[in-house]
Design a protein around this ligand. Sequence first.
Ligand code: CTP
Length: 409
Amino acid sequence: MTALDSARALAGVRVLLGVSGGIAAYKGAELVRRLRDAGAQVRVVLTENAARFVTALTFQALSGHPVRTSLWDESAEAAMGHIELARWADEILIAPASADLIARLAQGHADDLLTTLCLASTAPLALAPAMNQQMWAHAATQANLGLLRARGVRVFGPACGDQACGESGVGRLLEAVEIVAELVRARGPREMAGQRVLGSAGPTFEDIDPVRFIGNRSSGRMGFAIAAAAAQAGAEVTLVAGPVHLATPAGVARVDVRSARQMRDAVFAHVADCDVFVSAAAVGDYRPQAVAAQKMKKTGQALHLSLVQNPDILAEVAALPRRPFVVGFAAETEHVETHARDKLERKHLDLIVANQVGANLGFERDDNALLLLWPDGRKELPRADKRELARALLACIAALRTTHGGNRS
Ligand code: CTP
């Protein structure tokens, strides 16, 4: 894989790198660099034995995050508990994987942080073994690897050559670039490679005066999760974000806006060359007719604000003569499917994502349940984490674009 090929091959992918005890542990440091070069977010866990060969500080500096070594570290557990870390990971990669670690994984042990994480996570597991050639060739090691492979664990390498112990044979850790290339290959072709996705997310704020505004409770999390998932799927992503306090997902170009009209301008600045537009923003339908130049004073009388309607960004995009695949959202408190289908037809959308909002539902939460509607079909996505929903939504968009012949332009 050339540097160019790998440039964004793991954009936004969350890789939990486990380093086990062996002289090759030092090569894990280089691997962190290469994973990050490929766009991955990396968190490192060292086994107790790995920490005898390398320092946590090296990996902390290279990954940009604290390194975990123990299940019993109270302050680390308070910051990001091990179950949270297990859920965080999109991929678990163990490099180097020692013979002992492989044996413990084969047996399903959970007697240290790394083995516990492997059991507690649903993320795919990959091992890059490194050990003395006799240990590699031993029937016990091979039987353990057979068990792990049968469970779907991927094994990268090892390579053949001179070993630190002075022997020569199979058991050398693959080079860092080779491990990254194997991981990219194992993840399979990226379903949105070469496509351009434009998204909107978050609320809009419509100013009343210099200190007050009309806003809404949208957190932006769904739109950000979609942008992150699209980048992970290989798309070139631009995200127009209303005022939210969320980190920009890796590999995503972000444009910050405040009002609906600013959002419209930003969307139209980028829509011409996009393939898919996903309008997850909760755009304010109305804005004050005039913004007071100074802070408004109370008068003792009722206050009447005159509001005018904002442009409907989604409907305007859908009305373009050369339009992308257009996806809208419908947040409804009742009659979800009826209202959403009505919106799908009225705004001439290709797909609408409906969800029920209200007390304790939808906004400001990390999970949600969605109903996807398109002109001749529907699909329910049961309650799940917004990251998972975002991936399922993009898979549906990709499938519809294939079966419905892509853009309508
Ligand atoms: N939308 C938009 N521009 C607006 C308003 C909404 O682009 N000015 C988009 C949203 O991003 C979302 C969809 O339109 O994708 C929501 O549709 P809409 O009918 O505006 O929903 P509500 O504001 O909930 O409208 P209603 O009062 O009709 O339920």
